[in-house]
Design a protein around this ligand. Structure first.
Ligand SMILES: [Zn+2]
Length: 153
């Protein structure tokens, strides 16, 4: 190996490293753990695209009036008026608070689904489907562990 080739490789690996470092920085800037008390299971769902087991959420039978917030950052996500029993085993909503979520197409598990995440902190919450009963036609299928319910009365 002559000197110029070695030099080229050195420059090339340095620039690759810098791209990776910047990427990591961007990733960290859009997805961040704010609540330091999140459990490992919550972190797995919110930051590693995990899913809680069906019919395990304590919020499934929650029927009181109130609001649902992001367990990581506290942002307002759903009003209790949008909640309904979808029978799927996950807390389900016909609509989200406007601007509460951003979405992206998720191709994992050989399916094409629309994943949604908190617009404020980037935490993954669930998937939205087009078979909802309300006038929006949407079904937000949310992991209960990502939500904090605040009763209004
Ligand atoms: Zn959040």
């Amino acid at each position: 190996m002559n000197f110029s080739k070695r030099n080229f490789i050195k420059v090339f690996s340095l620039s690759t490293l810098s791209v990776l470092t910047n990427f990591k920085y961007l990733f960290a800037a859009t997805k961040k753990i704010i609540n330091q008390n999140l459990t490992n299971q919550q972190k797995d769902i919110m930051f590693n695209q995990g899913t809680e087991r069906a019919f395990t959420s304590s919020l499934l039978n929650e029927k009181r009036k109130g609001t649902y917030h992001c367990a990581n950052c506290g942002a307002l996500l759903f009003d209790s008026t949008a909640k309904y029993d979808s029978g799927t085993g996950w807390p389900s909503f016909t609509e989200a608070v406007p601007g509460a979520f951003n979405t992206k197409v998720d191709y994992s598990f050989g399916m094409k689904r629309i994943e949604y995440h908190c617009a404020n902190c980037g935490a993954h919450h669930g998937h939205v489907f087009a078979d909802g009963p309300g006038k929006t036609g949407k079904r937000f299928c949310n992991n209960g562990l990502c939500l904090i319910f605040k009763p209004s009365e």
